[in-house]
Design a protein around this ligand. Structure first.
Ligand code: 4H6
Length: 223
């Protein structure tokens, strides 16, 4: 999977996209990403990428042309261009799986009050990571990139097989325990020491259902 981030702040990406599992995915050649800066496509002598909104009002709006040129500089035949915004379709695990099958994704990160509406015609999709507002689209783009990248074959260790986890099953994860056996007076459920893997599996399924009913009943009432 190849990702291009269209961003005015490329320095935000290496600390997140270069660390931990995503860093290893890059080393293994499973994930490649780079940044393209719309400022490099500004035709203005001051490298301006924003201007005041027609109709008045506070703040600035991102110019369409530098954004369009940045996108076109990385676009190929099978590129999916995704815009992150509070107005987007809600991002979820199903979309993450779908995205993981995409060869080349371009994430466009907005700033200021937003972008000139006419740029929307260049986007294949508009996504939101939740009902809140961020100072820029960069964190949202990295959230989506992380959720998709960990679905790529070979990115996670075998043990972390994504099929058994939360959301693939429609349920929250079952509770996990590790050493010590007693921590601050709290014991690990006895059944986990039984060695009976069928019983453990059944207990975990029950525990997952109970956790979902308690914390996210909305997930149970979905189809
Ligand atoms: C597009 C339009 C994504 C992108 C406006 C982006 C939340 C999400 C942004 C803006 C985002 C999300 C710029 C409006 C800053 C507010 C960047 N916020 N904003 N929920 N912000 O996925 O001012």
């Amino acid at each position: 999977m190849r990702i291009d981030f269209v961003t005015l702040f490329p320095e935000m990406f290496e600390p997140i996209m270069g660390a931990s599992i995503l860093g290893r995915a890059r080393e293994k050649g499973l994930l490649a990403w780079s940044c393209v800066n719309p400022r490099d496509f500004s035709e203005d002598k001051h490298r301006k990428v924003d201007d005041r909104p027609f109709g008045g009002g506070p703040g600035m709006v991102m110019l369409a042309e530098p954004l369009a040129q940045a996108i076109d500089s990385v676009r190929t035949k099978n590129t999916r261009v995704i815009f992150l915004s509070p107005q987007g379709e809600p991002f979820d695990d199903r979309k993450a799986c779908e995205l993981a099958k995409t060869d080349h994704v371009v994430f466009v990160c907005g700033h200021y009050e937003g972008v000139d509406e006419r740029i929307m015609s260049l986007f294949d999709e508009e996504l939101s990571i939740g009902d809140y507002v961020l100072t820029g689209g960069e964190l949202a783009a990295m959230v989506v990139a992380d959720a998709a990248a960990r679905k790529l074959p070979g990115v996670l260790k075998k043990e972390d097989a994504t099929e058994s986890e939360s959301f693939a099953s429609g349920l929250l994860d079952f509770p996990q325990y590790t050493r010590p056996r007693v921590w601050r007076g709290r014991e690990v459920p006895e059944i986990l020491f039984s060695g009976d893997h069928e019983k453990i599996s059944a207990w975990r399924q029950d525990a997952a259902r109970a956790a979902t009913r308690r914390k996210r009943p909305d997930l149970l009432s979905r189809a």
